[in-house]
Design a binder for this molecule. Sequence first.
Ligand code: G3I
Length: 380
Amino acid sequence: MRPISRRSLLAATFLAAAATTSCAAGPLPPPLVEPGPGAVALNTRARHKGLFYGCALNDDTLTKDPATLARIEAECGIVVAEWSFKWAAIHPKIDKYDFTSADALMAWAGKQKIQVRGHALVWHEALPDWLPETLNAGNGEKLLTDHIHTVAGRYAKRLAHWDVVNEAINVEDKQPGGLRNTIWLRALGPAYLDIAFHATAVADPQALRVLNEYGTDYAIDWQERKRGALLDLLSNLTHRRVPIQAVGLQAHLDAAETALDQKILARFIADIASMGLKVLITEFDVRDDRLPADIASRDTAVADHGRAWLDAVLPNPAVLGVLSWGISDRHSWLNDKYPRADGLAQRPLPLDEDLNRKKLWSGIAASLDAAPARGTPSRT
Ligand code: G3I
C-alpha cells in the first residue's frame, strides 16, 4: 500500500477540520492560511464548500509555459480562455471559423477534467475587422444567431457556462436603460440581448447563461449608477422571461480604492439573487499600480483588499464561485492597461512570477474557508 503523502494527509486534515467547522455552530477556525506548498489547493477548498475556483489562461500559457499550466492544474477546477473563444479569434472571416485555439484548450481541459467557461458570445471588443463593416439592422439577427449556434453548438454539453453578453452597460453613453452604445445596440436595439440569450439556450441548453459585467464593486458614483442600471436590466430581462440564468461580476479590483463598502456589495448580490439569478466572480484580480513599490506592503494591501471584497460576496448562496483573471503575476492584462509609473510589474494575482503562493492566495483561501457550505456541489 502506498504510504500516505504529507499533501494528502494535510488535505484530509483540512477537509475533516473544515467539515467539522461547517457543520458545528460556533466560531470558524482561525482564517490565516499558510500559503506554503503543502496547503490545500484553492479549488479543493472551494469544492468543499460547493463553490469553484479557477482562472483565465491564454494560448501562450497553454503552449509555452508548462510550469504555470501545472499550477493551474493543481489549483483550479475551471478555466476561461483569455482570447480563444472571442469573435476575433474564432470567427476571423465572415465565412470562416477557426476553432484551433479553442479546441486545443478544450482538449487539455478535458484531459485534466477541468471545466471550461465560454467567453464571450457578444462583446464590443475583440471583433474581427469584417464585422463592424458588415453588421446592420437587416442582417444582424442572422449574423449573431448563426455565430452563436455555430460556436456554442460546437461545444454543447461541454461548457459549464457561457458569457453570453459581456459588458452591456455603460451609463455614460446616455442610451436607454444605460446600455452601452455598441455595434450590437446600433444594429439591433436592446433586443440583441434577447436574441443572444435565446440563441444560446437553443445551441447549448446545458451551459449556464451569464451576463458578464465590470465596474460594480465600489461605493463611488459611476459604479452606483452602473449597479442600478444593471439591476434594472436584469429585472427587465427576467420579467420578460429572457433565458438569462446568472450574472458574472468581473471584480477587477483596485487595492488603492477606499470606497469598498461590504454592506452595499452584499445588498447588490442579494438584489441579483432575489431575481432568481446566480452570481459568478469571473475575472478577479487586484491592481496595485497606485500603491508604493515595496513588495511586502503591496502584497499585504492587495490581499487584504481582495479578501475584504470576497468576504462580502461569498456568503450569499447564489454565488457559485470565483475565477481570477490569470493565476500568476507572470501575465496580467493590468500591466498593459495600468502600467506602474515606476515600471515595476504589478502583483495582482494569487501566485508570484515564480509561481509561489502569495498573501493574496491566502486571502482567497481564507475567504473560501469562511464561506458557508452550499448544500449542492459546485457546477464544476
Ligand atoms: O492579436 C493576437 C492574435 O493574432 C493571436 O492569434 C492571439 C494568440 O493568443 O493573440 C492576440 O493578441 C492579443 C490577445 O489578447 C492575446 O491573448 C490581442 O491582440 C489582445 O487584444 C488581447 O487582449 C485581451 C483583451 O481582453 C481583448 O480581447 C487580453 O489578453 C484580455 O486579458 C482581456 O480580457 C478582458 C475580458 O475579455 C473582458 N473583461 C476585461 C478583460 C481585461 O480587458
